[in-house]
Design a binder for this molecule. Structure first.
Ligand code: ADP
Ligand code: MG
Length: 401
């Protein structure tokens, strides 16, 4: 059931409590990727432009939960948001529930915005505590969830707060709506051929997504470290590649399921390998099929790159989660780069492409292909759970359209 959007709520003169996800990466006091803040702008602007009073709440990082910690302050986000909006953003105090925060909310005028301090400075946020939620709920006449990256979490601001606001409008923002449209609806009845590309560090992270997508997909292309668990389960020699030996049984069952469903499940047929898990120091060698002892697979090889590009060139819907190799290191980024290029080209020819996963999004950004994809999710864990087909309580409890 589609959810009601903030655009459908008359916000004039109302305090709109808006849960955003400003959990952005920070290095040396600088936000290194502000995409989550930029992606929240349509919702924030929609509230302000129509005379609403926006009360923004978010978490950042993993503080202790025992009060203010400068390292996890949202102050930087307030400044960044102010730059992006071109207007002041109130940032009243070091505690989202203290008297100064409550006063700032009470004194907001139409078209003004405040950002309260990190919700996770209170342990109560992660615990879903009802008393804490009640304090936040009192700040709003309307509740908006635009925190896609946190939608899979039952934290207080995601679930207990909207529950405490029953009877008031409780809606999704533009970002959450867009993420659901791509990560759930586009995949429910995908335009065919539907090709799923999965890679990254661990097969255990992605098993749920494979199982959910396999019955719908025409082809599943596997790369990254997770490929080696599958290859080992098939009895191939994988050298010292990263594998999860407790998942071999599960990998075997997945291969059998793919065969039963007649889904094409592709594994790498050649590998760029090294004797060391390092960018420069190892002996780099390409192996077909069997990897020699002492070598580990760190990227898909040229034959696999060509095969995957050819499958992708015919796709009409593409979901990609997880890099094909250790793309952070120059010698092992080609596979991920070739796959990203193939997806960008297919998108140019009319395919819908959806990229999930923090590292995959970073890779696409690194290759300068971000604007060539239909959708790049702002949520790592949340996008994966959505690909697993799991419902989110934080979204389900909101008003239907
Ligand atoms: P995402 O964040 O896109 O979901 P993951 O977190 O699952 O992706 O995996 C990304 C990580 O996997 C990267 O840091 C990358 O270096 C690593 N990786 C990819 N292929 C391999 C490999 N063959 N061996 C070891 N690590 C790999
Ligand atoms: Mg990751």
């Amino acid at each position: 059931m589609p959810k009601k959007n903030i655009a459908a709520v008359d916000v004039k003169g109302k305090r709109v409590l808006c849960r955003v996800d400003f959990n952005v990466p920070v290095e040396d006091g600088i936000i290194t990727d502000d995409r989550r803040i930029r992606e929240a702008l349509p919702t924030i602007k929609s509230i302000l432009d129509r005379g609403g009073r926006a009360v923004l709440v978010s978490h950042m990082g993993r503080p202790e939960g025992a009060g203010y910690e400068a390292e996890f302050s949202l102050k930087l986000c307030a400044t960044k948001l102010s730059d992006l909006l071109g207007k002041p953003v109130g940032f009243p105090s070091q505690d989202c529930t203290d008297a100064a925060a409550a006063k700032a909310v009470a004194e907001l005028k139409d078209g003004q915005v405040v950002l309260l301090e990190n919700l996770r400075f209170h342990k109560a946020e992660k615990k879903g505590d009802a008393v804490f939620a009640g304090k936040l709920a009192a700040y709003g006449d309307v509740y908006v969830n635009d925190a896609f990256g946190t939608c899979h979490r039952p934290d207080a601001s995601m679930v207990a707060v909207p529950k405490a606001m029953a009877g008031k409008p409780r809606v999704v923002g533009f970002l959450v709506e867009k993420e659901i449209k791509f990560l759930s609806e586009a995949i429910k009845a995908p335009k065919k051929p539907f090709v799923v590309v999965l890679g990254g560090a661990k097969v255990s992270d992605k098993m749920g997504a494979i199982e959910n997508l396999l019955p719908k997909a025409d082809a599943v292309l596997i790369g990254g470290a997770m490929a080696y668990t599958f290859l080992k389960a098939m009895g191939k020699k994988v050298g010292s590649s990263k594998t999860e030996d407790d998942k071999l049984g599960e990998a075997k069952r997945t291969l059998e399921l793919a065969a039963k469903l007649k889904a094409e499940l592709h594994l790498p047929v050649d590998h760029i390998c090294s004797t060391q898990f390092a960018e420069q120091s190892g002996d780099i060698h390409i192996f077909d099929d069997q990897i020699k002892d002492g070598y580990m697979g760190l990227d898909i090889g040229p034959k696999t790159q060509a095969k995957y590009a050819s499958v992708l060139s015919k796709a009409k819907t593409i979901v990609w989660n997880g890099p094909m190799g250790v793309f952070e290191w120059m010698p092992f980024r080609i596979g991920t780069n070739q796959v990203a290029k193939a997806i960008a080209e297919a998108t140019g020819k009319g395919a819908i492409s959806i990229v999930g996963g923090g590292d995959s999004a970073a890779a696409v950004e690194k290759f300068g292909l971000s604007d060539k994809m239909s959708h790049i999710s702002t949520g790592g864990g949340a996008s994966l759970e959505m690909l697993e087909g799991k419902p989110f309580e934080s979204v389900e409890l909101l008003d239907n359209a």
